[in-house]
Write a protein that binds this ligand. Structure first.
Ligand code: COA
Length: 315
């Protein structure tokens, strides 16, 4: 499998740390120092489906394919206003494709998991060209009266088109059941047969625990991947790490003992866009001409679950 087209789209509204500090007990200095984030894009006038459509159409255009040639759609999304139908069904019509598709929710690790699925489907002969569309609006499930999650999360969409090829080399997936580290509970409708009604909770996070687990499990994923492929960290040209916190990226980097220029970031301007963060970063790097034929690229993500995932591509 190889990536033949990418696209991304972000909300137009950019909100700075100073703007958050007007209604939250926080500061630009604290957020910048602890997370690397200076601003984030938040949905305001447009919807998640609008930006997902833009990202998907850009990826199709970049691939040089016509929409009819896409024969499967994998959408990665944690939550959106529709519990059903799936976001893949909603997006099929808007993108103008006719193929079947499915939704996956592997939190912020959704993109790497979708790459694994797409690779398996192509190898099995079930599809030739697949769109992976990661569309996330975590700003809509943060508690905006509290400073813990709302300073971190942001909205965005990233898409790739994959097709036959030999670029996707290997993948490492990890799942450790630990709901308490990061979760969002939506109340379901009450029935007359329950004793207690369910209550929802905006995103709850144990930041320090998540930070430690992210650095440790992602480094392990990457080392397992590299050792299986007979590679060392210095053989890799770029590490595209989930943009959750610049300090997490730095933590993984210092364990791998590799230079900063191999770890591109855009969290400074976009915040944490969940599973969309890696495809958005990839799309930007390609637009900047930073990725060249033969480059070895590791993508590594982690999130609620606890889940983590890493994959290796040779461009
Ligand atoms: N603004 C200002 N001060 C804040 C703050 C905020 N937004 N959040 C916490 N603080 C304060 C705390 O109250 C505490 O004050 P105290 O020392 O007086 O008690 C101090 O800052 C340190 O808090 P702590 O929570 O220990 O900070 P931290 O260094 O762990 O940073 C996170 C907090 C959330 C930035 C960090 O733990 C993190 O990034 N974790 C991972 C989160 C993540 O990536 N989630 C998504 C994964 S997909």
């Amino acid at each position: 499998m190889k990536i033949i087209g990418t696209g991304s789209a972000l909300p137009t509204l950019s909100v700075t740390n100073n703007q958050l500090a007007t209604f939250l007990d926080t500061s630009d200095e604290w957020i910048t120092e602890r997370t690397g984030i200076k601003a984030r894009r938040l949905l305001s006038t447009e919807s998640l489906y609008d930006i997902a459509e833009t990202a998907a159409k850009k990826a199709i255009e970049a691939s040089g394919l016509s929409p009819e040639q896409i024969d499967f759609l994998i959408c990665s999304n944690v939550a959106n206003r529709h519990v059903t139908p799936g976001i893949s069904c909603i997006m099929q019509n808007r993108i103008g494709i006719k193929c079947a598709g499915l939704d996956i929710n592997v939190a912020c690790a959704g993109f790497v998991n979708a790459m694994m699925l797409a690779d398996s489907m192509i190898k099995a002969g079930n599809a030739r060209y697949i769109m992976i569309l990661c569309a996330e609006e975590p700003s809509k499930y943060c508690n905006w009266h509290e400073r813990d999650c709302s300073i971190l999360f942001a909205d965005g969409a990233g898409a790739v088109i994959v097709g036959p090829g030999d670029s996707f080399k290997d993948v490492q997936l990890t799942m450790i059941s630990n709901r308490d580290v990061l979760y969002y509970e939506r109340p379901l409708e009450s029935t007359p047969f329950e004793k207690e009604h369910e209550h929802g909770q905006p995103l709850v996070m144990k930041g320090r625990e998540l930070f430690r687990q992210a650095v440790s499990e992602s480094s392990k994923d990457i080392m397992k991947l590299l050792s299986r492929q007979g590679l060392t960290p210095s053989d890799i040209d770029y590490y595209l790490i989930h943009q959750a916190n610049k300090r997490i990226v730095d933590g993984i980097r210092s364990l791998l003992k590799e230079p900063e220029e191999k770890f591109p970031t855009n969290i400074e301007y976009y915040g944490n866009t969940s599973s969309a963060s890696i495809p958005i970063l990839l799309d930007e790097m390609l637009a900047q001409g930073r990725i060249h034929d033969g480059d070895k690229i590791v993508m590594s993500a982690f999130g609620a679950g606890f889940v983590s995932a890493a994959c290796l591509l040779e461009w």
